[in-house]
Design a protein around this ligand. Structure first.
Ligand SMILES: Nc1ncnc2c1ncn2[C@@H]1O[C@H](COP(=O)(O)OP(=O)(O)OP(=O)(O)O)[C@@H](O)[C@H]1O
Ligand SMILES: [Mg+2]
Length: 436
């Protein structure tokens, strides 16, 4: 709890921008905050002004900050049908059990990975302990100052004892040409649109990568420059090497020229991905279908691995090899995610989903039909499938993969289901289901 030494006070001096850096506490401690999304819900105008002031500071320039009024109740209502951001800040004048009850309501809508900071009025150690027990990351007591707030956020995301901010998702095909890159790009785009969180696609298929083409971009510089001198890569250089495709999506594009030699080392890959993950919450690594020490390292180091396979024997064998390798080398990690793609090609003999899942001892998170019309049209337009046709069947699949790999609920579908379960007709509908 910050400001423990000071008694609680309700004094609300008018905010007039008096929080100059020179005099403010926390100046040395507030480090730049990575590209996370922060949503604040305030009870009190003064706190909202301070949050807004902090949001305009250079340290928060990479983060997406929005400040709303209405306190915890407004937050609860908002997240009924919206996904939660990386950080929620709630400002509340409630006391003890009332505050805890409202926070419990909020917790019901919080997706995994979302952190909560509470700004309260009461300097109460017992309340502070209760809040920590419930998973609240920090409790600040008003009056707060912008730098103090930034220091608290910065401690949450820059603390060397806590995990780095970004999650790395490695996408690999069980065979060449099975759609791994297409899925990586569409899923990354969906993630950035649905969660409104920043996502970077790192295209490690240096000679033949399609990220630039798929997003209709032709960057002059990209990931090859970073890999050539990874020790020089810092936040500023990264900003220059990334190409922004939409508000929340940027690509670290492959050069796709053949007159260069690409001597990538596993260490340089590690260093580059580490810098990216310190700057964005989600990094989607598009791996080429080739096997080398660095592809292996990226797979073994990733937070989540997504293996795309087509339903044939060679894909099954290769997918099994990758799954077995990961199982042996990552004993304390979750299993990789399997996506079966290009299913249902007319007249093709295919291995069934059940056979695939049994052989790999892994349930597929998604099965995508072969759909030459949507996939070829989107690829040729340099668009994502949902941008081209939001009704295409694959769009739901990309959403399904995005939610599964981030271990989130599909807020829209689940919350709709929850609402219909609460409907007065729900018991009747259940009975009808049974009768059928
Ligand atoms: N479900 C699908 N139905 C029809 N075409 C698809 C499907 N999925 C991917 N494709 C198409 O297959 C082709 C290969 O896709 P992509 O480049 O994503 O594969 P990859 O596994 O990344 O290949 P590489 O081994 O070259 O990296 C692309 O033209 C893409 O549009
Ligand atoms: Mg590819």
């Amino acid at each position: 709890m910050s400001r423990q030494a000071q008694p609680a006070t309700d004094e609300t001096e008018d905010f007039d921008g008096q929080y100059g850096e020179e005099n403010a506490p926390g100046i040395e401690k507030a480090r730049p905050i990575p590209r996370i999304s922060i949503q604040a819900f305030c009870d009190d105008n003064h706190t909202a002004e301070i949050l807004q002031y902090a949001a305009e500071d250079r340290r928060l320039s990479k983060a997406h900050v929005s400040v709303h009024m209405g306190g915890i109740a407004a937050a609860v209502a908002h997240y009924v049908d919206s996904p939660t951001p990386n950080l929620i800040i709630v400002d509340s004048s409630l006391r003890g059990s009332q505050l805890l009850a409202e926070l419990d309501n909020l917790a019901e809508s919080c997706d995994p990975g979302t952190r909560v900071v509470v700004i309260g009025r009461h300097n109460d150690v017992l309340l502070y302990r209760e809040l920590l027990k419930r998973g609240v990351s920090e409790y600040l007591v008003t009056p707060i100052e912008p730098l103090q707030l930034m220091e608290s956020i910065s401690n949450l995301y820059n603390n060397p004892d806590t995990d780095p901010v970004g999650h790395v998702f490695a996408f690999i095909g069980a065979k060449g040409g099975v759609g791994s890159s297409t899925i990586c790009h569409n899923v990354a785009w969906t993630l950035s649109e649905v969660l409104k969180s920043n996502v970077t696609i790192a295209d490690l298929d240096l000679a033949f990568g399609t990220t630039g083409l798929d997003f209709n971009q032709d960057p002059v510089q990209g990931i090859a420059e970073a890999l050539a001198a990874p020790e020089r890569l810092d936040d500023q250089l990264l900003d220059r090497l990334l190409t922004k495709c939409s508000e929340h999506l940027s690509i670290f594009a492959a050069p796709v020229v053949l007159d260069r030699d690409y001597d990538i080392s596993a260490d340089s890959c590690d260093m580059v991905i580490d810098v990216v993950r310190q700057n964005v919450p989600y990094v989607a690594v598009d791996l080429p279908h080739s096997w080398s020490p660095w592809t292996k390292r990226v797979l073994l180091q990733a937070d989540e691995v997504i293996i795309t396979a087509a339903p044939d024997l060679a894909n099954l064998r290769n997918a099994k090899n990758v799954v077995d390798l990961l199982k042996t080398a990552r004993k304390n990690d979750r299993k990789p995610h399997l996506v079966l793609n290009m299913v249902g090609v007319p007249k093709r003999q295919e291995i069934t989903l059940k056979e695939f899942e049994q052989a790999l001892d892994l349930k597929a998170i998604s099965v995508i039909d072969y759909d030459s019309e949507s996939f070829s049209q989107a690829a040729n337009n340099g668009q994502m499938i949902e941008e081209m046709n939001s009704k295409a069947k694959a769009t739901e699949k990309f959403r399904e993969i995005a939610m599964a790999m981030t271990h989130r609920r599909d807020t829209k579908t689940e919350k709709k289901q929850a609402q219909s379960a609460l409907s007065p007709l729900a018991p009747l509908l259940e009975k009808l289901k049974f009768k059928r």
